[in-house]
Write a protein that binds this ligand. Structure first.
Ligand code: NAD
Length: 254
């Protein structure tokens, strides 16, 4: 029960890594608000938690719309009584080389991946200040550090999210609010499948190639990444802020 008595908002909790984080946090004693633009996926995560006898509320939210974020945070605070933890996991996946990418693509990817987390932080801050502190975890990526073929908008947004993490960590430290990020390598989710479709690769070849770029020679399961978010959300990481936790099977160590 590493999060007993903690209340957490997880954006993007309706699928993939966000869902794994919601389930693990609930197992570890947290009350969870699942905030996602996808009603079906978000409700499903909340039901899985409720079936396991834990507390969860789904709130339909587009994180790129600050009005919706504000309403979600208000509802989350009423439902859980307080907000100790914010996980910024929701992301838009826009692939392509620079000539292929439209202004609308850039606006979408920055709206969801950079402005979205900023809106969430801005709106949870008063609640965390009232509590005397909190922990914010951004789900960044190895794409925050490295270039990958035809990944221009997404990788640029994830680089910005890493820098947002550092800047927020500095400014929020006086309020005892820690801000860190998890930087996963390849993880098996619907987003990976969307990337495979974009590349036109065969599924087995794609997975083999994704695994080949790390020491472990495999792609990660979302739950393996959720454990990183758990550590950063919990008091076990009390002296960590502004840090990227790289979970990539060694891909960026070579
Ligand atoms: N899958 C990977 O290989 C991988 C690697 C590194 C980092 N990441 C990061 O992990 C996080 C989760 O990725 P995933 O692979 O689990 O993706 P996913 O597509 O499985 O899940 C993303 C969730 O975010 C939600 N979402 C999308 N836009 C939203 C919006 N505007 N408002 C609210 N919710 C929205 C989706 O509905 C979905 O439920 C992302 O931040 C991603 O950048 C993923």
């Amino acid at each position: 029960m590493r999060l007993s008595d903690k209340s957490a908002i997880v954006t993007g909790g309706g699928a993939g890594i966000g869902r794994a984080i919601c389930l693990l946090f609930a197992e570890e004693g947290a009350s969870v608000v699942v905030a996602d633009i996808d009603e079906t996926g978000g409700q499903e995560t909340a039901s899985l938690i409720a079936d396991a006898g834990r507390e969860a509320t789904f709130i339909k939210t587009d994180v790129s719309d600050e009005g919706q974020v504000m309403a979600m945070v208000d509802e989350a605070a009423s439902a859980m009584g307080k907000i100790d933890v914010l996980i910024n996991d929701a992301a838009a996946f826009v692939f392509g080389q620079v000539e292929e990418v439209t202004d609308a693509d850039w606006q979408k990817v920055f709206g969801v991946n950079v402005l979205g987390p900023s809106y969430c932080v801005r709106n949870v801050m008063p609640h965390m200040k009232k509590l005397g502190g909190g922990s914010i975890v951004n789900i960044a990526s190895v794409s925050s550090f490295i270039a990958q073929p035809a990944f221009v908008p997404y990788n640029t947004s994830k680089g910005a999210l890493l820098q947002l993490t550092r800047c927020l960590a500095m400014d929020l430290a006086p309020h005892n609010i820690r801000v860190n990020c998890v930087c996963p390598g390849s993880v098996l989710t619907q987003a990976t499948e969307a990337h495979r479709r974009y590349t036109g690769s065969d599924r087995d070849d794609f997975l083999r190639e994704a695994g080949a770029s790390n020491f472990m020679k495999r792609i990660a399961d979302p739950r393996e990444i959720a454990y990183g978010a758990l550590f950063l959300a919990s008091d076990e990481s009390s002296f960590m802020t502004g840090s990227p936790l790289i979970m990539d099977g060694g891909a960026t160590a070579q």
